[in-house]
Design a binder for this molecule. Structure first.
Ligand SMILES: *[C@@H]1O[C@H](CO)[C@@H](O)[C@H](O)[C@H]1NC(C)=O
Ligand SMILES: *[C@@H]1O[C@H](CO)[C@@H](O)[C@H](O)[C@H]1NC(C)=O
Ligand SMILES: *[C@@H]1O[C@H](CO)[C@@H](O)[C@H](O)[C@H]1NC(C)=O
Length: 339
């Protein structure tokens, strides 16, 4: 399909809007919440903290590239629930990480490893929540995202319970997802952008079987799903009854097991080949359709927007100054594990 001149103008206007938003908001973020650019270096806390984190992530990545999607999900699970305070890292039977929405979370071992290294080099100084934010940035960069600035100086929060976890199911509608993002201070562009992280993600079939076989109780597949895509997904996710295996499938069928950030996530959506209903819904709204078209056509725009939205998510509800604590062990509060 050829683009009309009108369409081009709209795209340009959107691009300019994205660019100016990026500048304004980046300046905004750099001053907000008392977080600082290279806090550990400039406050003489731990000069090479970020270097140690990056090195450990690179070593891990050589053995296991799935670390990118694991950390992205772990950071999302931490920041969206009670802010970016490392509370998802705490262990225990009632802890956040035991919530059903957090089943299958990974990446804990790497965060604990990095923490152990930093405790040797700079004891009691670098927070678990900063480690999680920095390590996720570095892992995303290894998978092809830009290396965006992560402001630091977060402190670790107290225990919260599994029951307080309000993360929505991945099978929710666009409207529900947007309302959830807005309740955390994020917007439509953040949602459309952060969904791009699905480019590296996987899901269990159970979250999409309704779309394949019984959409919204109709007994039929989701009519908005590309039919060749539906046959492909039906083979990967056959109808199952309780007790049968629940395979994992890639959220971007074009990425396969490469775990790379690719613009194909957005071009797949234009072909109605989004795996979740939520992904697929992106082509339905006029505003989100324009974002998807823009990101599918110009991967640089996506990368810039991704950097901004990751910073915005990393700023949600952070503790700084004298709030919270610097945990000695990411799995326990200091009171629970004195020295
Ligand atoms: C699902 O069904 C309900 C009730 O019939 C309807 O109101 C709703 O719009 C449907 N949702 C979708 C996404 O089709
Ligand atoms: C469905 O997917 C195929 C293969 O990518 C594509 O050629 C076709 O245009 C898609 N159909 C629609 C309606 O987008
Ligand atoms: C999208 O734009 C078209 C044409 O401008 C309009 O007719 C339609 O109602 C809009 N749809 C939504 C969901 O805003």
């Amino acid at each position: 399909m050829r683009k009309s001149p009108g369409g081009c103008i709209i795209m340009w206007a959107l691009l300019l809007l994205l660019l100016s938003l990026t500048e304004i908001e980046a300046a905004d973020t750099l001053q907000s919440k008392n977080l600082q650019w290279h806090y550990y270096r400039y406050q003489n806390k731990c000069r090479d903290a970020e270097v140690y984190v990056k090195y450990q992530v690179e070593q891990h990545w050589k053995e296991d590239t799935t670390i990118t999607r694991k950390l992205l999900r772990l950071l999302y699970s931490d920041c969206m629930v009670n802010g970016c305070d490392g509370s998802v890292l705490l262990e225990g039977p009632e802890s956040e990480r035991m919530a059903p929405q957090n089943s299958g979370l990974g990446g804990f071992a790497l965060i604990e490893k990095i923490k152990a290294v930093l405790e040797q080099r700079c004891p009691g100084v670098v927070s678990c929540s900063d480690i999680l934010n920095l390590a996720t940035r570095d892992a995303a960069h290894l998978a092809g995202s830009p290396s965006y600035p992560v402001l630091t100086g977060r402190r670790d929060g107290p225990r919260t319970t599994a029951a307080s976890v309000d993360l929505p199911s991945p099978s929710i509608s666009w409207e529900q997802a947007l309302a959830y993002f807005q309740s955390k201070g994020l917007d439509v562009l953040d949602l459309a952008t952060l969904l791009g992280a699905h480019s590296t993600g996987m899901t269990h079939c159970r979250y999409i079987t309704d779309r394949l076989y019984n959409f919204n109780g109709t007994g039929k597949p989701d009519p908005d799903m590309n039919s060749s895509f539906r046959s492909k997904m039906s083979k990967l996710c056959p109808p199952r009854s309780k007790g049968q295996p629940d395979p994992l499938v890639n959220l971007n069928q074009k990425t396969g097991s490469n775990y790379r950030f690719l613009s194909s996530y957005y071009s797949e959506i234009l072909s109605h080949r989004g795996v979740f209903h939520l992904d697929n819904d992106l082509f339905k709204g006029n505003d989100t359709l324009q974002i998807v078209q823009e990101f599918a056509a110009g991967f640089e725009d996506f990368r810039r927007s991704f950097a901004l939205s990751m910073s915005r998510m990393g700023n949600i509800g952070v503790l700084t100054g004298k709030q919270g604590e610097i945990r000695r062990d990411c799995r326990f509060t200091n009171a629970e594990k004195p020295n």
